[in-house]
Ligand binder design. Structure first.
Ligand SMILES: [Ca+2]
Ligand SMILES: [Ca+2]
Ligand SMILES: [Ca+2]
Ligand SMILES: [Ca+2]
Length: 359
């Protein structure tokens, strides 16, 4: 503070309290602002008013860097299917600083065994992780509209911006597989001005070390986030993806129906015998419904498809064997029996059944 008068040295501090009581912004008086006030003292000598004495005080408001990265958009994990592309998690970045800042953005995988924002233990990494900003401001990711970014440019004091982390989900993941992601924002800005350059990621900020200077100093007031420390010019939060998928078990067995010698009484697997193949598709409880379950069973040359019997779908199972039920369907061509089950829900078991003779 520059004191230009000796009288009433506390006047500047009193005036500052008065100013701070009603700031224009929640984040406070803008960094770089000059706060000036002048005190005037009138006095008398011998009962006669004398010429008044003034004392002025001017100082520069310093930059308080405070901001929050928070998961937003939903309160639960993002459910995904194996092979899904551009699965979205949503974050919000709020600038609580008294300056306009850029925020460099980085999305990082959480290692196996780590935690996310919701219940689960990290068990896989997503691929092709990228960050988009909510360009049209509707809070929802819009492909082709919400632009790919590596930083937020010139976020004003008290302003918030929604960003989306997009990732691709690998195939061959099991139900309940969990992948967490951490979004970290790092404060950048002009070294000397209350705002930076539009369209450019300004310099990474550092705190002013040592005593207060006459210029705009920088103070880090950010909290500790998911993976960053208090007062480090960074803040971070986690979100996560959980795989919901079908958990199919396929079993196949055969039973003898008849043979040319014993007929249906204790038939044996001799040439000319008829056998029934039973294909069972089971989906574990707690899984997602599998749809368009396409079964394809190429027959070896040692058996011949029993075209007169047909193919039966969606039958029941007793003791691991197909019951003699189900509805006609499927097809036979190129020595292959085929059929499609429209859906197999969690906990359901469905079948494909057909007969062949031993050559
Ligand atoms: Ca991971
Ligand atoms: Ca949008
Ligand atoms: Ca900038
Ligand atoms: Ca921090």
């Amino acid at each position: 503070m520059n004191k230009s008068g000796r009288l009433l040295g506390q006047a500047g501090a009193i005036a500052l309290v008065a100013l701070g009581a009603s700031p224009a912004l929640a984040s406070g008086t803008l960094a770089g602002s000059s706060i000036t006030n002048t005190v005037t003292v009138n006095y008398q000598v011998g009962g006669i008013a004398q010429t008044s004495t003034d004392a002025g005080d001017t100082f520069t408001v310093d930059r308080k860097v405070a901001f929050v990265v928070a998961e937003s958009g939903d309160t639960t994990t993002t459910t995904v299917s194996p092979g899904q592309e551009a699965a979205v998690t949503t974050f919000q970045i709020t600038n609580q600083s008294n300056a306009t800042l850029d925020f460099a953005l980085a999305a990082a995988q959480v290692a196996d065994g780590g935690s996310g924002a919701h219940t689960g233990t990290d068990s896989f990494d997503t691929t092709n992780v990228r960050i988009h900003v909510d360009t049209n401001g509707n809070g929802v990711y819009d492909a082709g509209t919400d632009l790919l970014v590596t930083y937020l440019d010139e976020l004003a004091p008290d302003a918030s911006m929604t960003v989306f982390v997009l990732a691709d989900i690998p195939l061959s993941l099991t139900n309940g597989a969990f992948s967490a992601v951490t979004l970290t924002a790092t404060a950048h800005g002009s070294a000397t001005a209350v705002s930076g350059t539009v369209g450019t990621l300004d310099s990474i900020l550092s705190e002013t070390t040592g005593a207060n200077t006459s210029g705009m100093d920088t103070v880090f007031a950010d909290a500790a986030g998911a993976t960053d420390a208090e007062g480090d010019g960074m803040h971070s939060a986690k979100d996560d993806y959980t795989v919901y998928t079908a958990s199919l078990t396929i079993t196949k067995n055969s039973r003898l129906i008849s043979d040319p010698v014993n007929l249906t009484t204790n038939p044996k697997a001799i040439p000319g015998a008829t056998i029934e193949y039973c294909i069972v598709v089971a989906n574990a409880s707690g899984s997602q419904t599998a749809t368009d379950v396409a079964i394809s069973d190429p027959l070896p040359s040692t058996v011949s498809y029993a075209s007169g019997y047909g193919i039966f779908l969606n039958g029941t199972v007793t003791g691991g064997d197909c019951d003699e039920n189900g509805s006609s369907g499927g097809s036979f061509g190129s020595d292959t029996v085929s059929g499609t089950l429209a859906s197999v829900a969690a906990g359901e078991t469905k079948t494909l059944r057909f007969r062949a003779t031993i050559n």
